[in-house]
Structures are given as C-alpha cells and as structure tokens.
Design a protein around this ligand. Structure first.
Ligand code: SF4
Length: 232
C-alpha cells in the first residue's frame, strides 16, 4: 500500500477490524470441537501440525472411540498411539499418554459436569481446565469463550500478534505478559455477543497465519493496512 493511502492518525476499532477480516476471508467455518472435553482432545491428539491434519487425526479418534473418555482411557497405549500416528506429527506415544491422562481427569471431574461447570462457574472451571495436558491459561480461556461464560477473545499467538500490531496491547518477550496485555486492551471493546467473539478469534488467528506473519508480514495485501500503525 502506498503511504499516501494510509491514515496513520486513526486506528481500527475491534469491530471494524474484524468486519474487514470477515469481508476478506469470509465467515469462518464452525469450530470442529466445541464441548470442553472435545476441545481438550482436539489439542492433545496432534502436535505442531496445521488444522487440516489435526482435523483428520481428531476425526479418526472420534470415529474409533466416540470421544468417550472411558473408551480412550481403556485402550492399550500402543493401539491409541497407532490410531493417532498418521498426520498427527511427532511422538504418537506421548500424545496417546496425554489423551489418556485427559480422559482420566475428566472422569474424575465428571464428563457431564465439566461443560456445566464451564457455563456456570468459569473461575472454578478455569482452575480445573489448566490441569489438562496442553491446556494452559489461554487454552482454558478459549474453552470458556466458546462456552460463552467468559468475555474474551482468548487470542492464540497468531491472533495476539495481529492485535498488538493493530495497537491492542504491547509486545513482550514473555508470551504470558503479552497475552495479558492484549486481553486487557481488547476487553473494553468486546461486544456482548459470544458467537461474534468466537468468529473474531478465528479470523484474527487466520490473519496471523496467512498475511500478518511473524517475519515479513504481507502488509501490501492486507485489508487492515490503511489504519494499521505497524503497516510496512
Ligand atoms: S498492515 Fe501489516 S502489520 Fe498491520 S495487520 Fe496488516 S499485515 Fe499485519
């Protein structure tokens, strides 16, 4: 984008930025997993792979077990590792162990109680969710955002980078501090609209994965460049 086309004095509001991204990328597909335990399985079943590969592994796991923690916990570890090996990235035995640990934990909490707790008592649910493998604070926030009980965008690292570049929060070498800063900066502009927040999370993540990458963001093709303070 030519500098003459930019308005560096104004910035996008969150709603404006998300509307632009939705126009550019289209409406995101619904999340594959929305139940809290299903979201834990989604996170644990694959390691450092893209969403298309993760989806294939997750679908195979659900087809074989129904996503039932009793069945996952009862499987032979080797058979579970074999089931999730293809497309799932490194260390199938480690991923299988995490799936079984998560299954045992959800059985302790209560398979039907966990979603109810996520809706009714997000503070207590968060303390439980962070005990699941691969679910840190941001992962717990995402589960609670999808449950509709916490008003947040729960940005992943891609979405957080985009938001910082747009002026929401501060960059920091420590991810936990950057995450908190972005969450605080976006909070005042979040609408009381849970489905919008989930779509915004997805669109900002997609933007960080496709154009607003860590190195060499493609600002010339970006639908937000006109009012982005970081546009190159
Ligand atoms: S203009 Fe560049 S830095 Fe700003 S959001 Fe777009 S790609 Fe990212």
């Amino acid at each position: 984008m030519r500098s003459a086309d930019r308005d560096s004095s104004a910035r996008w509001t969150l709603r404006e930025a998300v509307a632009r991204l939705e126009k550019h990328y289209g409406k995101p597909a619904p999340l594959r997993a929305t139940d809290p335990f299903a979201m834990v399985l989604w996170e644990c079943c694959a390691y450092l792979v893209d969403d298309a590969r993760r989806r294939r592994v997750y679908d195979r796991l659900v087809a074989a077990t129904g996503g039932d923690p009793v069945r996952i916990a009862a499987m032979k570890p080797g058979a579970l590792a074999e089931l999730i090996a293809e497309d799932g990235g490194m260390r199938p035995p480690m991923r299988a162990e995490k799936l079984q640990r998560a299954s045992n934990l959800v059985l302790d909490v209560g398979r039907t109680e966990l979603p109810e707790l996520c809706r009714r008592d997000p503070a207590k649910a968060r303390r439980i969710l962070v005990k699941f493998p691969n679910i840190g604070g941001p992962g717990a926030d995402k589960i609670l955002m999808v449950a509709g009980s916490v008003k947040t965008l729960a940005p992943d690292s891609n979405a957080a980078r985009v938001l910082v570049r747009l002026g929401f929060g501060k960059d920091d070498s420590r991810y936990d501090r950057m995450y908190r800063s972005v969450v605080e900066a976006t909070a005042p502009q979040l609408p009381d609209d849970p489905p919008w927040r989930v779509r915004a999370h997805q669109l900002l993540r997609q933007h960080g994965q496709s154009l607003c990458k860590t190195a060499a963001p493609r600002c010339g093709e970006c639908p937000l460049a006109a009012r982005c303070p970081s546009a190159a």
